[in-house]
Design a protein around this ligand. Structure first.
Ligand SMILES: NC(=O)c1ccc[n+]([C@@H]2O[C@H](COP(=O)([O-])OP(=O)(O)OC[C@H]3O[C@@H](n4cnc5c(N)ncnc54)[C@H](OP(=O)(O)O)[C@@H]3O)[C@@H](O)[C@H]2O)c1
Length: 374
């Protein structure tokens, strides 16, 4: 095998990001060897992916699926064992929610390159993750379109940053009144105008919690004070974010909204390669518009920004309470506006620990889940 073939493990390969990562791999068959795949419950899709990519190592959350996958001649590992396996060079973490945390830590401690999609990992434990990554000399590369845009703008720059300008599509409910928002049902929240994503992140995009998560993610990834991150609604989703330097110059990253580009950028970093993804055609773009977010109408964003500023275990509580509240909403057990209500109640009641250890974070996470489940 050539030196420029990367051996990949993709955790969450059956999800939206995981499947798009495999699409990128299909486009560059000479550059990657998929040595490990990890799924949650969708063993039928995982089995098809195993047949196509022939990885030797597999992880699956659902215990009932393990026998079936063993029959495909794979070694069944835990997500942590897969992330730290000696045959793996680069680990893609695309498991949604808290379940992404422990494999990320395992990959960091095994000094793997990490392409991280699971933003909740940095929201709940950003201080711990970035400190561990520094200690082990591990690079964390974002595969989230906005943090990737900032990362691309900063490439080769040694100048001081004045502001990170984080763009947001505004979600599908930008124009709804508070009364209309009260009536939103899961089916409406799951229909995002520009991005095809898993259910949890799609609901987070509709409440704008997702944008607050990204602000927290950015502050940890690029070590930028929270006060220097500004959020701007940009419904066309063409500018994926911007960096303003101290002299007032702004660099932006523009492209069609397609996650395969930030995935490709992380997998090949720092190399850029031609691809068959749709490119921007300026004759089809009549306007690029910008407006401030409405924090009263979308209280999740306000809650996330407050938790991010206050740090301690507040972001862990924010993330855990949101994960439970979104699951309750998707089961139609609570309304759309109950999501911020439950998250706010958990944050108000929480006694935060400053500079938390991993144990403090996990305790806060457990407490917030229990409290939000009611
Ligand atoms: N989709 C996007 O455009 C996008 C963009 C930026 C960042 N992200 C972030 O990337 C992450 C994944 O998003 P997604 O849209 O790809 O979500 P998704 O479509 O819901 O996929 C989630 C993946 O995680 C697996 N999974 C869930 N719980 C698991 C567990 N306990 N153990 C092992 N595997 C588990 C699922 O397996 P099964 O399906 O087999 O159950 C699936 O493979 C999220 O944190 C999201 O915020 C997504």
């Amino acid at each position: 095998m050539g030196n420029n073939v990367k051996r990949l493990a993709i955790l969450g390969s059956t999800g939206s990001i995981g499947q798009q990562t495999l699409d990128v791999v299909r486009s560059f068959p000479d550059r990657f060897q998929v040595v490990g795949l990890g799924g949650g419950r969708n063993d039928a899709l995982l089995a098809r992916q195993i047949e196509e990519f022939q990885p030797k190592l597999v992880s699956i959350e659902a215990a009932s699926s393990r026998e079936r996958l063993r029959s495909l001649k794979c070694e069944i590992l835990s997500p942590e064992e897969l992330a730290a396996h000696p045959n793996v060079d680069l680990v893609v973490i695309a498991i949604s929610g808290k379940a992404g945390l422990s494999p990320t830590l395992a990959a960091i401690r095994a000094q793997k390159s990490i392409a991280l999609a699971t933003k909740e990992v940095l929201v709940m434990a950003g201080g711990i993750i970035t400190a561990e990554a520094k200690r082990h000399g591990t690079q964390i590369m974002p595969i989230d379109s906005e943090p990737s845009a900032i990362w691309q703008c900063l490439h080769g720059e040694e100048q001081r940053i004045a502001r990170l300008i984080l763009t947001a599509s505004g979600g599908p409910f930008r124009h709804l009144s508070p009364d209309e928002l009260k009536e939103v049902v899961p089916q409406q929240a799951l229909a995002h105008p520009t991005w095809m994503m898993g259910p949890k992140v799609t609901v987070d995009s509709a409440t704008l919690m997702n944008k607050g998560f990204e602000a927290i993610e950015l502050s940890w990834l690029f070590d930028v004070p929270f006060e220097n991150i500004e959020i701007v609604i940009h419904p066309q989703s063409i500018i994926h974010s911007m960096v303003e330097f101290v002299d007032g110059a702004i660099k932006a990253q523009l492209s069609m909204p397609d996650m395969r580009l930030p995935i490709q950028y992380a997998l090949f970093y720092p190399e850029r390669l031609p691809n068959k993804l749709p490119h921007l055609d300026f004759s089809n773009i009549s306007a690029l518009t910008f407006e401030p977010p409405d924090l009263e109408k979308f209280p999740c964003l306000k809650l996330a920004l407050e938790a991010g500023r206050k740090k301690g275990t507040y972001p862990a509580v924010l993330s855990a309470a949101d994960e439970v509240a979104v699951a309750l909403f998707l089961k139609e057990r609570i309304g759309f506006l109950d999501i911020p209500k439950l998250v706010a109640e958990a944050l108000e009641e929480h006694q935060s620990t400053p500079h938390p250890s991993l144990e403090n974070v996990l305790t806060a996470d457990d407490w917030a889940r229990e409290r939000t489940r009611g």
